[in-house]
Design a protein around this ligand. Structure first.
Ligand SMILES: [Mg+2]
Length: 181
């Protein structure tokens, strides 16, 4: 199962501490581009700063693992106050291993959060951690529409949630698909 998704969300800010507790997740490996911010936008997306604070208050450990260039990752990570792994080369494992080590948590307590099938989703599955899929921010530009068209067939229709397997149509991902226990 290389493209399993534990739960899918409209935006990263829809992920709540309660949901994470329900899934046994205590640490998040976060993507930047189109997840925490629009692509190469130095500013976080709406509500992201507050969301990060809420996660921290609830004891959720976080680390940024991005494939973007070093300065982009460093500046953004420092702005939001989260540690990072440089030149992570997702979906390869080195970045995830380093991130897990820095967080000091076992794999079962970790989840990757991101918007790309062939980096974030694939990487999380190869590393064997949970995957929280978020719909890409800034999805209205032409490049994003092309990317989504390429990825669409690979977005699994079966979404795994804490309560077990639930089947959804991926075109309905805009509607929140998290299922309570
Ligand atoms: Mg991304």
């Amino acid at each position: 199962m290389l493209f399993s998704i534990t739960a899918a969300f409209n935006t990263v800010t829809d992920i709540s501490p309660d949901m994470l507790a329900g899934l046994g997740i205590r640490g998040l490996i976060l993507d930047i581009d189109n997840t925490l911010a629009d692509h190469n936008d130095p500013q976080p997306a709406d509500g992201v700063i507050e969301w990060i604070e809420r996660m921290k208050e609830n004891g959720i450990r976080m680390i940024i693992v991005s494939n973007n260039f070093y300065l982009r990752v460093k500046l953004f990570s420092e702005l939001v106050g989260i540690d990072y792994v440089r030149e992570s080369k997702k979906p390869f494992q080195k970045g995830y291993k380093l991130a897990a080590m820095k967080l000091g948590l076992p794999k079962r307590a970790l989840a990757a959060v991101g918007d790309q099938i062939f980096t974030d989703v694939l990487g999380a599955n190869i590393f064997k951690i949970k995957m929280l899929y978020t719909m890409p921010t800034g999805r209205n530009n032409r490049l994003m529409r092309i990317r989504k068209a390429i990825e669409a067939p690979f977005i699994p229709k079966k979404i795994y949630c804490s309560g077990g397997l639930t089947t959804i149509d991926h075109h309905l991902l805009d509607a929140i698909t998290y299922k309570e226990n």
